[in-house]
Structures are given as structure tokens and as C-alpha cells.
Design a binder for this molecule. Structure first.
Ligand SMILES: C[S@@+](CC[C@H](N)C(=O)[O-])C[C@H]1O[C@@H](n2cnc3c(N)ncnc32)[C@H](O)[C@@H]1O
Length: 298
């Protein structure tokens, strides 16, 4: 297992598997998928990006609607385990294909290993810039799932998990090796700025895999909330009163946009949004995420 896969595998393993806790969220996601795909004439190919433990949608429902379902994730081991545990008959299983996929290209260009080795040599700000620029030039032309198109693509919450958390982990390893703090801080800020380009490229790739008259469903985590906190109470009130958009705008004007909302904002520039919905993703007993689901028509 290489670095990027191992990193995501550890995160996936830290997620609880609690079907009872997840059941209402899963029902809401299935209902949104059902509603979004209803107008489609062709229902041949469905693709899932970032499937992980496959806890938030029903695979058997997808297979009852589509001829072929492609399940992808960088952590294919977790997907395979989840798939093996699903109780569906053999003929449905045969219409499912699992594929290991890095949606960013960072694995392909060996970003993290090269970064660690390059950093261990003498560094200057200019050399850091040059390293990042050279790598980013390759990212901007990276393509995944070449020559495959889909009637519907479903993207699991993934934007906040792309690259940046792995970068922070690499930086903490550089700190342990006593590498100069000012260079590490500089790298963290530089890469945070580059995340927009990473997300834009991912989104362009997504759009290029949509057939004519197809649907893109994207779930993105926007806020983390501690169960029972004041913020939890405020968010639930906003959801009940249908004021979540206003609550979100207030939050953004105070704190700015995060990676989760940037991902959706960037897609809004590429496709026509048909509708959206705010939902609560129950992550664990104590932690939940407020996610936004955007549905786009191509
Ligand atoms: C938060 S999880 C989504 C939840 C998941 N659907 C579940 O039910 O467990 C995000 C998924 O994105 C995957 N992922 C992260 N970075 C990726 C990358 N560069 N390429 C492809 N998948 C990636 C992770 O392995 C993880 O399974």
C-alpha cells in the first residue's frame, strides 16, 4: 500500500460503522439520487467517486436502476471489504466493477515522496516554489478514467480529504526531523493556496466524464459540529426553518470559504445546478457534519 492509499485507509478505518446511526442519512441520499435520475432517458452507467465504506447509499438500489455501477476509491481495500459484506445476489454483483483511482494525480507524480527527499536537501523559498510549480504543472494535465463516460456520477464527501490533510501529515514528519519551521509553514500556506487548482482540475475531470443529458450528484462536508453544542442547536433550527443558506452566508462572511464549499463553488462555474439540499451526516456519536448536496444537469 503506498503513502496516499495508506493515509486514506487509516482515515477510513477510523470511521465508525454504525448502520443504525447512518440509516436516516442513507435514506435521504437514496431519495435524492432517485429524484435526480428519474428524468434520465439512459440509465446504463453509474459511477461512484470516493466510495469508502459505502455507508451513505444503497448499492442494491443503484443496481436496480443502472446496468453497470463503477465503484472507485484510492483505498480500494476498504471498498472491497464493504462490497464483500453487502448481501446482494451474484448477478447483481457481476454488474458491479471496483476500480482503484486517485482523483488528484498526486500519487502518479510521486508528490509526497519527492517532497520529503527534496526537503531534506538544503531548501530555499525559491526551491520550494519551483518544486511545487513543477509538480502542479503536471497536476493540471492529469486525467483519470480516460475514455469512460457515465449517465450519472455520485461524489461522496471528498474535497476536504484531498491532498491537504496528507500534506499536513508530511509537514509534521518534517518537523520531527527538525527541518526549519519557516520553510514548513511556507510550504503549508503555499499548498493551501494551490488547493483551488487541485480541486478545479478534479472538477474538470468529473465534468469530462458526463454523457450528454446526464446528472452529477456531489455531496460535500461544509461544517463539523459537536453533537449537543450550541452550534448544533443553531444549525438544526436553521435546517428546520429552511434558513441554512442564510446561516451559511453569515458563517462565510465571518470565516471565509473552506475546501468543501470551494469544491461546490468551483463546480457551479462549470455546470447548471438543478437543485441543492443541506443534510446532516452523522459521523460518530459525538461528531456530525453538515453536508451540502448539489445536483447538476449536463
Ligand atoms: C469521507 S470518505 C467518504 C465516505 C464514504 N463514502 C463512506 O461511506 O465511508 C472519502 C473517501 O475519499 C477517498 N479518497 C480520498 N482521497 C482520494 C483520492 N485522491 N482519490 C480517490 N479517492 C480518494 C477516501 O479513501 C475515502 O474513502
Amino acid at each position: 500500500m503506498n503513502t496516499l492509499q495508506k493515509f486514506n485507509h487509516n482515515i477510513n478505518n477510523s470511521l465508525i460503522t454504525n448502520h443504525k446511526l447512518m440509516a436516516p442519512f442513507k435514506r435521504q441520499i437514496d431519495a435524492l439520487i432517485r429524484q435526480s435520475i428519474e428524468p434520465l432517458d439512459s440509465k446504463n452507467d453509474f459511477c461512484i467517486i470516493g466510495a469508502g465504506k459505502m455507508q451513505e447509499f444503497s448499492l442494491s438500489f443503484l443496481l436496480s436502476s443502472f446496468q453497470h455501477v463503477l465503484i472507485t476509491d484510492i483505498d480500494v481495500e476498504t471498498v472491497q471489504n464493504a462490497f464483500n459484506a453487502i448481501n446482494i445476489n451474484q448477478s447483481l454483483k457481476e454488474r458491479t466493477h471496483i476500480q482503484r483511482l486517485d482523483v488528484t494525480g498526486f500519487e502518479h507524480i510521486n508528490f509526497f515522496n519527492d517532497l520529503a527527499t527534496t526537503f531534506q536537501r538544503n531548501m530555499t523559498y525559491q526551491q520550494i516554489d519551483q518544486f511545487v510549480e513543477t509538480k502542479m504543472a503536471k497536476i493540471k494535465t492529469y486525467q483519470f478514467l480516460k475514455n469512460q463516460t457515465f449517465d450519472c456520477i455520485y461524489v461522496s464527501p471528498i474535497y476536504t480529504q484531498l491532498v491537504y490533510q496528507q500534506l499536513l501529515l508530511t509537514c509534521s514528519q518534517l518537523r520531527q526531523q527538525n527541518q526549519p519551521e519557516h520553510f514548513i509553514k511556507y510550504l503549508e500556506q503555499l499548498m493551501l493556496d494551490k488547493m483551488q487548482e487541485v480541486i478545479d482540475q478534479f472538477n474538470h475531470n468529473l465534468v469530462s466524464h458526463l454523457k450528454k443529458a446526464s446528472v452529477l450528484i456531489v455531496v460535500s462536508d461544509i461544517f463539523e459540529i459537536e453533537t449537543g453544542s450550541q452550534f448544533d442547536k443553531e444549525v438544526r433550527e436553521a435546517l428546520n426553518d429552511d434558513h441554512m443558506d442564510q446561516r451559511y452566508q453569515r458563517y462565510v462572511s465571518e470565516y471565509g470559504m473552506g475546501l468543501g464549499d470551494y469544491g461546490l463553488y468551483s463546480l457551479d462555474q462549470l455546470l447548471n445546478k438543478a437543485f441543492d439540499k443541506w443534510l446532516i451526516w452523522p459521523f460518530s456519536e459525538n461528531k456530525q457534519y453538515v453536508v451540502k448536496v448539489n445536483i447538476y444537469n449536463n
